[in-house]
Design a protein around this ligand. Structure first.
Ligand SMILES: O=P(O)(O)OC[C@H]1O[C@H](OP(=O)(O)OP(=O)(O)O)[C@H](O)[C@@H]1O
Ligand SMILES: Nc1nc2[nH]cnc2c(=O)[nH]1
Length: 177
């Protein structure tokens, strides 16, 4: 048993598995028959759990790479100052690219990352986010593949942290303090 208290489950482990499986099918369908391997980019740290499950649900040949960005620090409020902490090892020029994120909230992180990646001239650039909070959007960003839209609650688990904790929860929950 996971030894965490004061957490209300929002998306159970079973529901998470169903969402990932559906997204895997949608992505595989979208990139059916592409000529070169799909480049799947996980945004660290939050996406590492979802990314690990998602790539195994995608049937398209792919290469995986990671980029580390941070905007929330250890808090629950975006600093809006998105920093690239670690860049890609892969050149994405002329490639089909899928960016994987755990959550799109205000859209600030993704909008900066997408601009940065667009400047490297990929053949195509699409976005897959496990969660999205549309009511919080400050900047419109495309979410081509969306796991689930959720209300304005600060969520944890399945890669999402509060002060770097709770990323290992196998479900998504709300911290009751
Ligand atoms: O749409 P936004 O309001 O910009 O919020 C979304 C971002 O916030 C979280 O990252 P965080 O900065 O907490 O870093 P982490 O991935 O290391 O948890 C999350 O992983 C997204 O990248
Ligand atoms: N852990 C966590 N990080 C976020 N970053 C943006 N929104 C959220 C959220 O609801 N939870």
């Amino acid at each position: 048993m996971h030894q965490f208290e004061n957490i209300e489950v929002m998306i159970s482990q079973e529901e998470v598995a169903g969402i990932v499986s559906r997204l895997g099918k949608e992505v595989s369908e979208e990139y059916k028959g592409i000529s070169e391997d799909l480049v799947v980019i996980g945004l660290l740290r939050g996406s590492f759990v979802f990314m690990a499950d998602l790539v195994r649900a995608i049937e398209t040949p792919l290469v995986a790479d990671f980029m580390a960005v941070s905007s929330y620090g250890d808090g629950t409020v975006s600093t809006r100052d998105v920093k690239v902490v670690m860049d890609l090892n892969t050149s994405i020029e002329g490639r089909d690219v899928l960016v994987v994120e755990d959550i799109v909230d205000t859209g600030n992180t993704f909008s900066k990352v997408l601009t940065m990646l667009e400047n490297r001239s990929p053949r195509s650039l699409k976005v897959c986010s496990f969660l999205s909070k549309p009511s919080r959007r400050e900047i419109e960003v495309p979410v081509d593949f969306c796991g689930k839209e959720i209300p304005d609650e600060f969520v944890i688990g399945y890669g999402l942290d509060y002060a770097q904790k709770y990323r290992n929860l196998p479900y998504v929950g709300i911290l009751k303090v």
